[in-house]
Design a protein around this ligand. Sequence first.
Ligand SMILES: Cc1ncc(COP(=O)(O)O)c(C=O)c1O
Length: 382
Amino acid sequence: MFAQRIANLPPYLFARIDEMKAKKRAEGVDVIDLGVGDPDLATPPHIVDALIDAAKNPDNHHYPSYLGMAAYRQAVAGWYNKRFGVDVDPDSQVISLIGSKDGVAHIPEALVGPGDYVLVPSPGYPVYSTGALFAEAKTYEMPLLKENGFLPDLDAIPNNIAKKSKLMWINYPNNPTSAIAPPSFYQEVVEFAREHGIVVVSDNAYSEISFDGYKAPSFLETDGAEEVGIEMHSLSKTYNMTGWRIGMAVGNKEVIRGLGIVKTNIDSGVFNPVQYAAIAALEGPQDCVAEACKIYQERRDVLVSGLKKLGFDVTTPKATFYVWMSVPDSISFAARMLDETGIVVTPGVGFGKSGEGYVRFAITRSVDRIKEAVERMGEVKW
Ligand SMILES: Cc1ncc(COP(=O)(O)O)c(C=O)c1O
């Protein structure tokens, strides 16, 4: 019944984990879910209020603009300037997204087709690959290895693949490894993209979730970045707005125009009140972001020190709300975690072949629950 492209897809990892989790809960297990990266914290009230006010105005009940309201695109440009010192033209270099997943899934439609390659990090956010497969392109997995700081080794990409590649994904701070990228890496990426005529998309969804004084850069701060690519960003993680579905793509005019053409033919934009709420988020007080980072940092410290005490091999992340831990076999470890402790973690191999040997914890639960998770793990002989 289904088209071949559906038959070719691997099962969506998180949907599968949801099924297993539901089964355990139905059996009466008190599941501690450290699986999906969905903040447990509430959207700050001034953002919710902006939505409510805008929703009361019937002018906002119509089809929104395909590309985002002018005021939203200006707010995004203003935020990029204030946060990263990057200047972009709101009319031609910014587009709204229905969450960054929308942009990730759809941009391959604008840039690649049969015979083309998309360079995807492995492990990586699964939609980089599925978006490419929907566009009937091939993917080449760039391994992110611990010995390289979980950065792809661009010199290791075979020349014949680089020649056929039209799109490359980079994602720092990284999901799932929580690695960060030094500015020198972004410079290398620009040079590589120029040499091979590849469009770079930097997925910067986690730039605002960082610890110990670290501030993540934007790829667009790099000399030449706007010439070769764009950045996707989202309000989901920064302002605890995963359910609201709003994000942005920013950067190279032609690439933004191509994405706009695809989206104009697929969706009808973001509900205006959600865009007004996003403006309130981007232009309003930012102490809510600092507060969230403080909460995640405390959780990180509790989890990492607990895991180390139990003898696990884990590094302390500088950013993201993920902890990436080395294990002998990711699927069997995650299965044992659920069966023997009632804790959900994500097996690394679900993010690509090179994710094998790791599991990912999402620190999107309270300190008390994380402490309890560590206690439960301490009762098992690993
Ligand atoms: C690396 C990465 N990119 C993009 C997304 C999509 O987020 P959203 O569509 O909510 O902006 C996620 C969500 O988990 C992610 O981890």
